[in-house]
Design a protein around this ligand. Structure first.
Ligand code: C2E
Ligand code: MG
Ligand code: MG
Length: 451
């Protein structure tokens, strides 16, 4: 690794954007180039098609610039794929002298799809790549074509075959190179994480959870990694890798120990003794057969009050063995530890599941809170979650509250516990303690100042 290290997740995003820029420029260049060619021959329909491709290239560039890479990719994929098929079937029909060559670009598209859609559900990735491969096989193995009045001169097709095949190979080479690099980076990240754990580079930030009256109820502990070269790395860039490699187990255990030790320290300070602490638990951690035993052991060893500890689980882990999950949650409840369902609304939990789970709290995902004032659907979802949570007897927390207007909307709809930048960002322990102390000093104030 060199001096300008960035986490692989960020590098991946940068590469995807770069790839989309290249594709956008090629769409504009190729679209305009062929429009000029057919303009000279008076083939107006083809000119219109090529100009459309160039315009869609502009759309891809605009979306990429706005960081809407997923949409940009699908626009690019649909445009380039249909252009390749149309071109291959109308102008690039193989004959005895010249083979078909345009379809080689389908392989480039397939590799690009594997790279860009790597975090999408497997069915989507496999269907897109499968469709591309089937089209490639069909165009490679047949002489299918539509006879039209439009033809490309024979000499142009001969040199076109060389150019298309060489460019497609160049595209394949570049994409395979990116993929190999990403695999190497991801194993390097794993090595760095192992070293990071050994070198104590991980630490916790605390984000306040408050009532609508400004009373601080507690905090969520959020993990951070200070790498000597990458700087501050946020969980989005390492939690997935920690899950895949199993490193989440030592990390998660460390977070739990730390949180419980913190609870004990607070319990000895009268003005902070009421604070609770929420800890995120990953699917792999929760799946361990002795997870409840581990929590119990940490509680006993530290002497923390179980009633002050809350474990945040996500909906995605509910797809596994439901009976086991319910059993573990019941055992945790018997210990006195509460469970909260994080990012609620983004997963698949059915109402039947929700009714079965011994939960204490639902957290409305921040994606709904963000647009609660501008998107009627998000407003309806937030309202429904609040009503649902209350009717099932759970406390409902809104996370990602950034504006006073969002807070007012949520209060008006019956949500009274908040977490978000409006009140406090995730901050180091001493700052959080000062924040909680000052809030308890003016408990009657409506909203504490944002930090
Ligand atoms: P989460 O548990 O849903 O945590 C809330 C995330 O939202 C945090 O991001 C927090 O910084 C961010 N956030 C809070 N208020 C606002 C707001 O008003 N606006 C915006 N835009 N964001 C806000 P963070 O710290 O980057 O954590 C991301 C995710 O990483 C967490 O989502 C959690 O799933 C995971 N994570 C963090 N710490 C741990 C950990 O110790 N163990 C495990 N397994 N996962 C963790
Ligand atoms: Mg959480
Ligand atoms: Mg959340």
């Amino acid at each position: 690794m060199n001096d300008t290290l960035s986490p692989p997740g960020q590098l991946h995003q940068r590469r995807v954007r770069m790839m989309l820029w290249v594709a956008a420029v090629l769409m504009m260049g190729i679209g305009l180039g062929w429009s000029a060619f057919f303009f000279a021959r008076g083939a107006w329909i083809i000119v219109a098609v090529e100009v459309t491709m160039a315009l869609l290239g502009v759309v891809v560039a605009w979306l990429t610039q706005r960081r809407r890479t997923r949409l940009a990719f699908f626009v690019m994929l649909a445009t380039v794929y249909s252009s390749i098929c149309a071109f291959g079937l109308v102008f690039d029909i193989p004959d005895a002298q010249v083979p078909r060559s345009t379809h080689h670009f389908i392989l480039v598209l397939a590799l690009a799809a594997m790279l860009v859609l790597r975090d999408e559900p497997a069915w989507m990735r496999h269907s897109v790549v499968g469709l591309l491969f089937i089209s490639y096989v069909a165009l490679s193995s047949t002489t299918w074509g539509l006879q039209t009045q439009y033809v490309i001169p024979h000499e142009v097709r001969i040199s076109g075959t060389w150019v298309n095949t060489a460019l497609a190979m160049l595209g394949l080479y570049a994409l395979v190179h990116i993929m190999v690099t990403e695999v190497a980076e991801s194993s390097a990240l794993e090595v760095e994480m192992r070293k990071g754990i050994a070198r104590d580079e991980f630490f916790l930030l605390y984000q306040a959870q408050l009532t609508h009256e400004g009373e601080v109820l507690g905090a969520e502990a959020l993990l951070r990694w200070r790498h000597p070269k990458m700087g501050l790395v946020s969980p989005g860039d390492f939690i997935d890798m920690a899950e895949q490699t199993g490193l989440i187990l030592p990390l998660g255990a460390w977070v739990l120990r730390n949180a419980c030790t913190q609870l004990v320290t607070w319990s000895q300070m009268p003005e902070l003794a009421h604070l609770s602490l929420s800890v995120n638990v990953s699917a792999r951690q929760f799946r361990q057969s002795d997870f409840v035993g581990q929590v119990q052991a940490v509680l006993e060893r530290t002497g923390a009050n179980p009633k002050r500890l809350k474990l945040e689980l996500t909906e995605s882990m509910l797809v596994e063995d439901m009976d086991d999950i319910v059993h573990k949650m019941e055992s945790l409840r018997a210990l006195g530890v509460g469970c909260s369902l994080d990012d609620f609304g983004t997963g698949y939990s059915s109402l039947t599941y929700l009714k079965k789970l011994p939960l204490d709290q639902l957290k409305i995902d921040q994606s709904f809170v963000r647009d609660v004032l501008s998107d009627p659907n998000d407003a309806a979802i937030a309202h429904t979650i609040i009503t649902l949570g209350k009717s099932l007897g759970f406390a409902v927390v809104a996370e990602g509250v950034e504006t006073q207007a969002q807070r007012e909307f949520l209060v008006a709809h019956g949500c009274h516990i908040f977490q978000g930048y409006l009140f406090s960002k995730p901050i180091p322990l001493p700052e959080f303690v000062a924040f909680a102390r000052s809030a308890s000093g003016r408990k009657s104030a409506t909203v504490p100042a944002a930090t």
